[in-house]
Unconditional design. Structure first.
Length: 297
């Protein structure tokens, strides 16, 4: 029997979440209903699609192939819906997406134009906020439907992984530091850091604690322009994403990978409520079209 669109969506959700429980929550169905749908699909196809492991699941080779084809089918269905809306003169949909300035400049600047070109019936309003705490509030209070965020985020939100971004050390020219940089070198290093008490600073402090290092704050501020000038003025080093360096610093700073490489997941978050068709289409587009970020070699 031919799989239904619902079964394909459920299987893709499992592939994305690597968990039956999380997948069910992401598509707003009961866990038992999702499990039965996937099991029925396996019986109809005569193959195992999932390899269960404890509380999680992996795709079998056959499952991975079905998921690739399912994504193509679901993308095509969304595109057909857009054509139908355009030819019948249906009202344009508006999707509000929030992001931090860094992700708005680096990631959303690529994703949004490509998405609106493919989905001309959807207007995307991209709004920027300085902290993930504000992004979370915008989602939970219903003023935005999706957020582009560094992961993990508040447990009240559902998330979809997009990519891994390399985190590097950006230092003033002439810094005598090894490249790549062992984490232990951060101990006692003068650094530009976010303000104390902010979410980003708390995360950094937790990372430093796990690494057993204590950098020395030379500048504590949340404005990104101040981060750049703090480095270029020679005050200290900064931990930031590799893919923002060229745009923000040009040739005015030195960039070093950590050893082992430090990668940070980036994804889309939303409140635990049913999503609009526009939001579902944006998530699918982002998962398939986000630029790949890999550590420099």
């Amino acid at each position: 029997m031919t799989p239904t669109l619902a079964q394909l969506r459920y299987l893709v959700a499992v592939a994305d979440c690597r968990s039956i429980t999380s997948a069910a929550a992401s598509v707003f169905v009961a866990q038992s209903a999702l499990s039965r749908a996937v099991q029925a699909m396996e019986r109809d196809l005569g193959v195992e699609l999932l390899a269960r492991r404890g509380r999680g699941v992996d795709l079998t080779p056959e499952g991975a192939r079905v998921v690739r084809l399912a994504r193509t089918v679901l993308d095509a269905v969304e595109a057909i819906d857009d054509i139908g809306a355009a030819t019948t003169g249906g009202a344009r949909a508006t999707l509000v997406v929030v992001a931090t300035p860094t992700l708005a400049l680096d990631l959303a600047a690529d994703l949004v134009p490509a998405f609106t070109e493919r989905h001309p019936g959807i207007d995307v309003r991209l709004q920027q906020y300085d902290s993930r705490e504000v992004l979370t509030r915008e989602l939970l209070e219903g003023r935005a439907e999706l957020a582009l965020v560094d992961l993990p985020v508040d447990k009240e939100l559902t998330t979809h992984h997009i990519q891994e971004r390399e985190v590097v050390l950006i230092s003033p020219p002439g810094s005598r530091l090894p490249d790549p940089l062992p984490f232990r070198v951060l101990d006692g290093l003068e650094m530009v850091l976010p303000s104390p008490g902010t979410g980003r600073r708390t995360e950094m402090e937790a990372m430093f604690s796990c690494l057993g290092v204590r950098p020395v704050p030379c500048l504590e501020v949340d404005e990104r322009l101040a981060w750049v000038t703090g480095v270029t003025d020679g005050r200290g080093s900064l931990i930031w994403y590799r893919d923002v360096v060229a745009r923000a610093f040009g040739h005015r700073a030195e960039v070093r990978s950590f050893t082992p490489p430090l990668l940070r997941p980036v994804g889309i978050a939303h409140a635990r409520r049913p999503l609009s068709r526009a939001a579902r289409a944006f998530i699918a587009h982002a998962r398939h079209n986000a630029p790949v970020r890999e550590p420099a070699r």
